[in-house]
Design a protein around this ligand. Sequence first.
Ligand SMILES: Cc1cc2nc3c(=O)[nH]c(=O)nc-3n(C[C@H](O)[C@H](O)[C@H](O)COP(=O)(O)OP(=O)(O)OC[C@H]3O[C@@H](n4cnc5c(N)ncnc54)[C@H](O)[C@@H]3O)c2cc1C
Length: 329
Amino acid sequence: MEKCIIIGAGAAGCFAALACAEKYPNAKIEILEKTQQPLAKVRISGGGRCNVTHACFDPEALCNHYPRGNKELLGPFHRFGPTDTIEWFKKRGVELKMERDGRMFPITDRSETIINCFLDEIKKRGIELKLGEKIDCIPDADAVILATGSSRQGYELAKEAGHTIVTPVPSLFSFNVPSSPLLHLSGVAAPDATVWLEGGSRKERGPVLITHWGFSGPPILKLSAWEARFLQEKEYRATCLIEWGEELPKRLRRAKPESRFQIEGKTTYKKEFVTCGGIELKEVNFKTMESRIRPGLFFAGEILNIDGVTGGFNFQNAWTTGWIAGNSV
Ligand SMILES: Cc1cc2nc3c(=O)[nH]c(=O)nc-3n(C[C@H](O)[C@H](O)[C@H](O)COP(=O)(O)OP(=O)(O)OC[C@H]3O[C@@H](n4cnc5c(N)ncnc54)[C@H](O)[C@@H]3O)c2cc1C
């Protein structure tokens, strides 16, 4: 392998480039990025702190956090999982810490620590990072890694190579319930509620937060991810059922909340949102991340029809698939 081109300088593209440079120290490796800002999403991620991964070390348990990609990621997580992520950063001088809920952040609490680590490594390894390079046809090289996230141009490139794109729809959002009689209780949470959708296929349990537009909190965001396609098909109009659980705060208990609420629209979660949809997973060999349609073309990150719930799982997908692609070219 003499020349590898990576399209997209996001989390997956940079990680893939570094894995490739480590394996092939003499290869010419280029990252082509359309904007002037590499790793822009890493910068804003986790509210500026970058939730790098999650302390979930069993590959099977880890897969349960991915509404799309759960079967396909099992093998890859055995090869490069959160333990490897922690080690990878540690080896490069970046310590991660775990919060009570399992989310892992750099001890500096600054996403810039992660960005600087990548940019230093890219420089050290002689990888050429070309900014302002918007790619609209697959370039000529021994291997090309497509890591363009949820960008439409990336999907077009994959389509030109013969791939199917599963229609992208948003994931990770809270529910708008304008008719809710609880809106005046905005800020109050039911600590152990169970939520599901009428006609849906999943129940989620945890603290449900009442907002001034409806409901949010971890189980609502998880439900939005697992039911992303169902809700999109229903144009974000559905019935949400809630079992409120024990130990309700007084104000909520007094309101005697009912169970059925009409969802009418969604509000995107500002700290982390992702796209459900992307490259059809059957068309990719997950042992190498190579296209089953066009040899020499590899994929990594959110361009694939893979997404996780909040908590560091989306970056873990970027590291895992990036690492495998970079090692397989
Ligand atoms: C606000 C926010 C906060 C988040 N916080 C977290 C978090 O804390 N933890 C977590 O796990 N996940 C988080 N996520 C999700 C996570 O950021 C993404 O899953 C992850 O960045 C995907 O990485 P990627 O490299 O696949 O894509 P991206 O990071 O989107 O990178 C793709 C790159 O490709 C470039 N590109 C696109 N098209 C072209 C083209 N034609 N030519 C050249 N370049 C191109 C883009 O400019 C971009 O730089 C967050 C997302 C958002 C929006």
